[in-house]
Design a binder for this molecule. Structure first.
Ligand code: AHR
Length: 328
């Protein structure tokens, strides 16, 4: 992922708060669904696996209503085949713009080509695809997941600075093949590899859900009595793991240090309460920028090929301060 996006970033990717610009190709006018009136946007969502996803869906639905865009929303229930069917249905309906958050990175070229041949512009949101042909989509709006993994690793390195004992880490990965799972793993590994005291003793998918996070952590706890750190690719898996840790008679945040990604309200509450030690933020509030991009591509304006989300990190003290105003 970082390989692909290095090129895009060098080509002029913009931060969300940055000035409007044009890093991408000519956007074209798109399909003929609304004939110049109200824009029709077909959106295929991953599913409802996490608090992050719920907040993301809400952001997209509310922003479409505010922007006066006719949203055709489809829930893929975590399955790529459902997303491909939804995209084909959007093409058949001749929507003006298609947007989707790909369940996994690979396997999109054929359907994206079908959209391109139908002259319907596609915008990727949240997650990337690994297509080599970047003309298959107009823009990709979302986080830098490799950077998120790096931030998690950097906190850990600092936390154990000056210590020499081995640090046993278990990792709960997101959905296999999904960009955030691949990239958060890679970014974290890249940072901790510099110090051999950090050892990832187990790494398994928890599917980005609380239920699986809990189940896998239960198994980790049975197999490995000396876990020092849990790195979970999202808050929900971390929250499930906390239940498993408590059930095993250990204190989350103290006996086992916990780092997660997302910073949704439930995660932030656990962080403020001392059960999580550090959260790397991943913003789900992509709706307003998506609607803006959809209007631009429909109008034939040029849009940046990469729109990066601005994000921060939270310690326990910072979570206490941020919680009262947290929107999701
Ligand atoms: O793609 C974003 C990730 O997907 C979020 O971090 C996770 O919670 C969600 O399921």
């Amino acid at each position: 992922m970082s390989r692909k996006w290095t090129a895009a970033l060098l080509a002029g990717a913009l931060a969300l708060t940055g000035p409007a610009g044009c890093g991408g190709e000519d956007a074209g006018s798109g399909g003929s669904g609304s004939g110049g009136g109200k824009i029709t946007l077909g959106f295929s969502q991953v599913g409802a696996e996490s608090g992050w996803r719920t907040a993301n869906t809400k952001s997209i639905q509310e922003s479409a209503a505010t922007a006066g865009i006719d949203l055709k929303f489809s829930d893929a229930q975590g399955k790529q085949e459902n997303q491909i069917k939804a995209l084909r249905s959007f093409i058949a309906q001749r929507v003006d713009v298609i947007a989707f958050s790909p369940v996994v990175e690979s396997g999109w070229d054929t359907v994206l080509k079908e959209a391109k041949d139908a002259d319907i512009p596609v915008i990727l949101t949240d997650r990337a695809v690994d297509s080599q042909d970047t003309s298959l989509y107009k823009s990709f709006i979302g986080s830098d997941f490799v950077l998120e993994g790096k931030k998690a690793g950097e906190w850990l390195v600092k936390e154990y600075e000056g210590k020499t004992d081995t640090v046993n880490i278990v990792e709960l990965q997101g959905t296999p093949g999904a960009a955030p799972a691949n990239d958060r793993k890679a970014g974290f590994a890249d940072v901790i590899k510099a110090d051999p005291k950090f050892k990832v003793i187990a790494s398994q998918t928890g599917q980005f859900t609380r239920t699986d996070g809990k189940e896998v952590m239960e198994a980790f706890l049975k197999t490995y009595p000396d876990i020092d750190v849990l790195y979970a690719h999202n808050d929900d898996m971390g929250l499930g793991a906390i239940e498993a840790i408590e059930a095993a008679g250990k204190k989350p945040g103290t006996d086992i240090k916990i780092i997660t990604v997302d910073a949704v309200k439930d995660g932030m509450t656990a962080l403020a309460g001392g059960k999580i030690n550090y959260i790397v933020e991943c913003s789900p509030l992509l709706g307003p920028q998506l609607m803006d991009l959809a209007k631009k591509v429909k109008a034939g304006e040029q849009v940046p090929q990469r729109v990066l989300t601005e994000e921060t990190t939270f310690t326990q003290e910072q979570a206490k301060a941020a919680l009262p105003d947290r929107k999701y």
